[in-house]
Design a binder for this molecule. Structure first.
Ligand code: NAG
Ligand code: NAG
Ligand code: NAG
Length: 437
């Protein structure tokens, strides 16, 4: 009897320990190593969308993903309600971190998010609405995301002070229905990857894996690998690396003299089709003194855009190496289209000549049929590159179709890009991150 009540006491006290200890453990000692966001593809705009939880109380905010965007920006005119919003006052450390170069001394309205006196601004850049510019108050608010161990989502974690540009509703022009801003994943310290790394003490790297259909969900990882896709494939173990290059001249719609570009550039030295060098003037691939030229990666261009002379040379080379397949009438905006019944299929998409982006040190990024060809109708497949005109700002802009079902890791600390090439080779896809467990 004595002994059994003793046992009962032990049980009760350990239960009490369990109840008291667990909630505080969860709050204070859970340190995520990585975070995840889902990415979907809008079938009508071909934009890649994500959602973050922001404000108090938290609301999901749908955003267009802008890989090279300077910062997060959000429409603050259309019903931004939050008890934790804080404007950044001119001269504060927040304004310095965001490298703000302008200050609103007086906003002529009643105070609200986006309109406060003595606050600094960063411009919400919407590269899809080039005719618009607007300013945005630099603000801070709570953001909550799912953590991950790299193979499935873990507990939600939140941080109180994520800086963003609080702009006007008009800046949402040309964005997908329901979208309330853009998730800028660019290089600056105020970019989402650097801010999340700082807030959660994560490794300064992130990875994107875009879905190839609008029916599936891709993934963005912030922080360290692994990046595990069903059936248990850690893609981080087989990445090829190349240097990330800084373009010293801004490529944004609004910028100040001396601003560097927030976009991610890589050093493509030449292009091969079917292992043969494509002849064109490769000085277009360097970044000149005015910031023109070079190669960047964009989630806002649905297809890779090539400067006119490069475009013509690549299409010619491709057509020559597929000369045995009859062409059909071109479908805009593409130049070379084929009867898809005449093209075989492989594990990595339509069986067409591989296109290689040749990088430094013998490294190349091979683009297979799944990423080079676009199914424009039931029977027509087109080479999915478009003509960017003469003297565009950037000579090659690698677009969404070419990076779907590829994992790209932007390692900011080591200034390098890790790329997987087609995940179809590894019998997985970007839609295979296990969001549901
Ligand atoms: C800004 O300051 C002016 C002058 O003190 C004041 O009238 C106005 O209401 C203030 N505006 C905001 C948005 O706080
Ligand atoms: C929206 O996109 C179209 C097509 O690119 C462009 O012509 C138009 O100017 C854009 N709208 C704005 C407001 O910039
Ligand atoms: C190649 O392009 C550069 C820059 O556009 C130009 O200065 C140069 O003359 C071109 N070279 C040839 C061989 O066309």
């Amino acid at each position: 009897m004595a002994s059994s009540s003793f046992q009962c006491l032990i049980l009760l006290s350990s239960l009490a320990f369990f109840f008291f200890a667990t909630p505080s453990l969860a709050r204070t000692s859970f340190k995520p190593k990585a975070l995840v966001l889902p990415v979907t593809k809008d079938p009508s705009t071909l934009q890649y969308l994500t959602a973050i939880n922001q404000r108090t109380p938290l609301v999901p905010v749908k955003l267009t993903v802008d890989l090279g965007g300077q910062s997060l920006w959000v429409d603050c005119e259309g019903g931004y309600v939050s008890s934790t919003y804080k404007p950044a006052h001119c001269g504060s450390s927040q304004c310095k971190l965001a490298e703000s170069k302008s200050c609103t001394t007086e906003c002529f309205s009643s105070p609200k998010p986006g309109c406060n006196n003595n606050t600094c601004n960063i411009f919400p850049d919407n590269p899809l609405a080039t005719t618009l510019t607007g300013s945005g108050e630099l603000g801070q608010d709570v953001v909550a995301l799912r953590s991950t161990d790299g193979s499935k989502p873990g507990p939600v974690v939140s941080t109180p002070n994520v800086l963003f540009s609080c702009g006007d509703t008009s800046l949402l022009a040309n964005l997908s229905a329901g979208v309330k801003g853009m998730a800028g994943l660019g290089r600056p310290k105020v970019g989402l990857p650097s801010q999340l790394a700082y807030a959660f003490s994560l490794d300064r790297k992130f990875a994107i894996c875009l879905p190839s259909t609008s029916k599936s969900k891709g993934v963005i990882f912030f922080g360290r690998s692994p990046y595990v896709f069903l059936p248990g494939i850690d893609v981080s173990k087989s990445l090829t690396y190349t240097k990330l290059i800084l373009n010293p001249v801004s490529t944004a719609g609004v910028s100040f003299e001396g601003d560097a570009s927030s976009e991610y550039f890589i050093g493509v030295n030449s292009i091969k089709v079917n292992e043969k060098m494509v002849p064109f003037n490769t000085s277009l691939l360097a970044i000149d003194g005015e910031g023109f030229g070079g190669t960047r990666i964009s989630t806002l261009k649905p297809y890779t855009v090539l400067e006119t002379s490069i475009y013509k040379a690549v299409v010619n080379a491709f057509v020559k190496s597929l000369a045995h397949i009859p062409r059909v009438k071109s479908v805009a905006p593409f130049g070379a289209c084929y009867d898809s019944k005449k093209i075989g299929s492989t594990r990595v998409g339509p069986g067409v000549p591989a296109i290689d982006l040749v990088l430094s040190n013998g490294v190349y990024w091979r683009v297979f049929g799944a990423n080079s060809m676009v199914q424009v109708s039931k029977d027509v497949l087109c080479l999915g590159f478009v003509d960017g005109g003469v003297r565009p700002r950037t000579s090659i802009v690698i677009g969404g179709h070419q990076i779907e079902d590829n994992l790209l890791q932007f390692d900011l600390a080591n200034k390098r890009l890790g790329f997987s090439s087609s995940l179809l080779f590894r019998q997985t896809t970007c839609a295979n991150f296990n969001f549901t467990s």
